[in-house]
Design a protein around this ligand. Structure first.
Ligand code: HAM
Length: 420
């Protein structure tokens, strides 16, 4: 072991498990690629103000968890704690919203950073695949995103997840509710920190996990009773579209989410096998975010699914993904001449699209066959001096154990046929 270890709250992705992570990313992206979402990549860090204005000064993400720093040139940056603000910033910067083709639909995949207290499922460096649909107010778009996330999880074989759905109202009705809620909360017996929260971010208190707080919240005014007619109708349509698509969800009036930019539709995917860090993904509508970061009014909606937690959810359900074998053919040369010939053959196989690997390091037959076994290859190619003199290589079927000589000149075709 070296003197160095991965920093606290982080971990390395190592084969073969890293193959599962890649497959999860691909499974989440597949329905998006199939539904008009284009791939976007933005820098790992941004101007810190993008997040403090976008995600919200009062959120834990910005006030406690951001990796913010000043560069030698005096610029204040932060490692991105989430993707939505960055993606919207990039879309605005590239004027994608002016190309006359709204909504702009984008998907992304990458690393995010939050200085959180590490625990199972909660890391300081984690990975998300996300989607944002920018510049359209249409309940079908909210429904589309939820349906696609549901499809992604189902394609992975996940079954023990639930979709929690809520509406947070808009800039008309939410302030009225906020006032009412603040009035109610101020009369409760709460600790100092929570009292401060009443003034900055009262809705988050509904989400407080402590029993003593939850008990006092009985009878609190509920946002549902304050939603304006437009928000109610919008939400009702999202719900109907989901039901029509056969997507099951639960109404959760207490679902608030930890980012300030949400309006109207909000949702979370929770998995019941994960303990306290049960949210595998989440998202919602953010109609005001563009203006908050200096853009025009662009009502938008999106989500991000946590890749790390999705992998944990697979483990919790005992699901083993069928990963394609990384190596189909493994070459074992016996002697120097065979080494040159088989190395050339492996190169040829790879160029022909066959996944092939080679026994490096001058191992003996026994060690080389061990490597062949470990590689998971379907076939092993073995050749020694006598084989070469006869113009053949031995092709061993690793499942049946059967070994057949094939002509060297025809080896690539013969192998491709067998693999087909
Ligand atoms: P979020 O709920 O903060 O939303 O994160 C989305 C998902 O990322 C979570 O459900 C979780 O699976 C994963 N995640 C978050 N923090 C951690 C962590 N410390 N360790 C492991 N996984 C984590 C957002 O980030 C919004 N940008 C989603 C969105 C997109 N809303 C609209 N568009």
């Amino acid at each position: 072991m070296s003197t160095f270890q991965a920093p606290k709250g982080t971990y390395d992705l190592i084969p073969p498990k890293s193959g599962v992570t890649l497959a999860v990313r691909e499974a989440i992206a597949a329905p998006l690629k199939n539904s008009g979402y284009g791939y976007i990549e933005t820098p790992g860090f941004e101007n810190v103000e993008l997040f403090s204005r976008g995600v919200g000064e009062s959120t834990d993400i910005v006030s406690k968890e951001m990796y913010a720093f000043e560069t030698k040139g005096g610029t204040k940056l932060a490692l991105r704690p989430e993707g939505t603000a960055s993606v919207l910033r990039a879309a605005l910067q590239a004027n994608l919203h002016k190309l006359g083709n709204l909504p702009v639909k984008l998907w992304y995949s990458g690393s995010y950073y939050r200085y959180e207290r590490p625990q199972a499922g909660r890391y300081r460096h984690f990975s998300q695949v996300g989607a944002e649909a920018i510049g359209a107010e249409d309940p079908a778009l909210d429904a589309e995103l939820i349906i696609l996330a549901d499809q992604a999880y189902r394609s992975l074989g996940l079954r023990q997840f639930r979709i929690l759905l809520n509406s947070l109202g808009d800039k008309e009705c939410r302030p009225v509710y906020r006032d009412a809620l603040q009035g109610f909360l101020r009369a409760l017996e709460l600790d100092e920190d929570t009292r401060r929260r009443i003034e900055i971010n009262p809705l988050r208190i509904l989400d407080d996990k402590r029993d003593a707080v939850q008990k006092q919240l009985v009878g609190a005014p509920m946002l549902r009773d304050y939603l304006c007619d437009a928000c109610k109708a919008y939400h009702e349509e999202v719900r109907e579209l989901l039901t029509a698509a056969g997507v099951t969800y639960e109404d959760d009036e207490k679902l608030v989410r930890g980012l300030d930019y949400y309006t109207r539709t909000t949702f979370e995917f929770v998995h019941d096998g994960l303990g306290s860090q049960s949210a595998v993904g989440g998202g919602g509508r953010y109609d005001g975010l563009s203006e908050m970061i200096g853009g025009p009014a662009l009502p938008s909606v999106g989500w991000a699914l946590g890749v790390d937690r999705t992998v944990l959810a697979l483990e919790a359900e005992g699901i083993e993904l069928e990963l394609p074998a990384t190596t189909s053919v493994f070459a074992v040369p016996l002697g120097d001449e065979a080494r040159r010939v088989l190395f050339a053959l492996v190169t040829e196989l790879r160029r022909a699209g066959v996944a092939a690997d080679f026994s490096y390091g001058g191992k003996g037959l026994k060690g080389a066959m061990k490597s062949a076994n470990r590689s998971g290859a379907r076939y092993t190619l073995v050749a020694g001096e006598r084989d070469l003199a006869e113009g053949v290589v031995q092709l061993k079927d690793m499942e049946s154990g059967e070994q057949t000589p094939v002509a060297l000149v025809d080896a690539v075709n013969a192998i491709r046929e067998r693999l087909a």
